[in-house]
Design a protein around this ligand. Structure first.
Ligand code: APR
Length: 249
């Protein structure tokens, strides 16, 4: 019988820094809300208030939806670049935690985290729609501007290097994420609804490997995921900055 998930008000209560040496954080949209980016689910989530936008994020609509991809993901990148990393991003960087992020906003790297796995890609990067013959990839600012953002090498359109619904994740990124959660002693899920696989499989993997697992969520939707030992219902900005301010091992 698995113990019930403990609801606590502070990460410090259940995961004092000195007890853990290998921390791994899985982050979602919630950690970037303070940078002006929205979430996807919940009453104010982008997919909730604009389901037609969510429908446009599916790979089978390519190339017709390339403009929408740049508008949504490129727009998020611009907001993040203008705001910069939040205190929560900086707190994770300060603790040296490895980060697996579902976010495409580049804020963990901007905060100084050295070990970041971008499970869903990055809106700061772009790639040619012609994967077979061209295969160009590069920085999003390199794409040719025009009616359609164009590949920097050939005449085909370019798309943000973000994983769309219906696409497989980069197997190397997924493999690295699994390696990280299988070797950490503290697993934190921060600002994610845990509704999207395979990211949502990482908590059970971490737990099975012996990590202490804590979920940090401001507006949890439903009962706590039993993969976690504890849940902190709070703002990641407060929870992580308080935790990171304490002495490290
Ligand atoms: N602190 C902590 N948690 C927060 C905060 C905050 N300040 N603000 C919001 N949250 C929580 C919400 O309670 C919610 O549980 O962040 C979570 C955001 O959930 P989603 O909107 O589902 O975002 P995410 O889990 O990152 O989505 C995963 O789904 O559509 C795809 O590509 C998209 O990468 C995204 C993936």
């Amino acid at each position: 019988m698995v113990d019930a998930v403990k609801d606590v008000s502070s990460l410090v209560d259940v995961a004092p820094r000195e007890r853990f040496a290998r921390v791994c954080a899985l982050t979602g949209a919630g950690i970037s809300v303070a940078a002006g980016l929205g979430t996807f689910r919940g009453p104010d989530g982008l997919w909730t208030i604009a389901p037609e936008v969510e429908r446009a994020m599916h790979a089978h609509l390519l190339p017709a939806n390339v403009d929408a991809l740049w508008s949504v993901w490129g727009g998020m990148w611009e907001i993040a670049a203008g705001a910069g990393p939040t205190p929560a991003h900086r707190a994770l960087a300060a603790t040296g935690a490895s980060v697996i992020t579902q976010n495409i906003d580049g804020l963990h790297q901007a905060a100084g985290s050295a070990d970041v796995v971008e499970l869903h890609g990055s809106a700061g990067r772009a790639r040619c729609l012609d994967d077979d013959f061209c295969g160009w990839t590069g920085q999003a600012h390199e794409v040719r501007q025009g009616d359609l953002p164009g590949c920097a090498r050939c005449t085909e359109p370019a798309r943000p290097a973000v994983v769309l619904f219906g696409e497989m994740l980069d197997p190397e990124a997924l493999g690295e994420a699994r390696r990280l959660v299988s070797s950490c002693d503290l697993f934190l899920a921060v600002g994610t609804s845990g509704r999207v696989a395979p990211a949502s499989w990482l908590a059970p993997t971490a737990r099975a490997a012996g990590a202490y697992c804590v979920n940090i969520d401001l507006h949890p939707d439903g009962p706590a995921d039993p993969a976690f030992h504890a849940r902190v219902v709070g703002d990641a900005q407060d929870v992580l900055t308080e935790w990171a301010s304490l002495p490290s091992p």
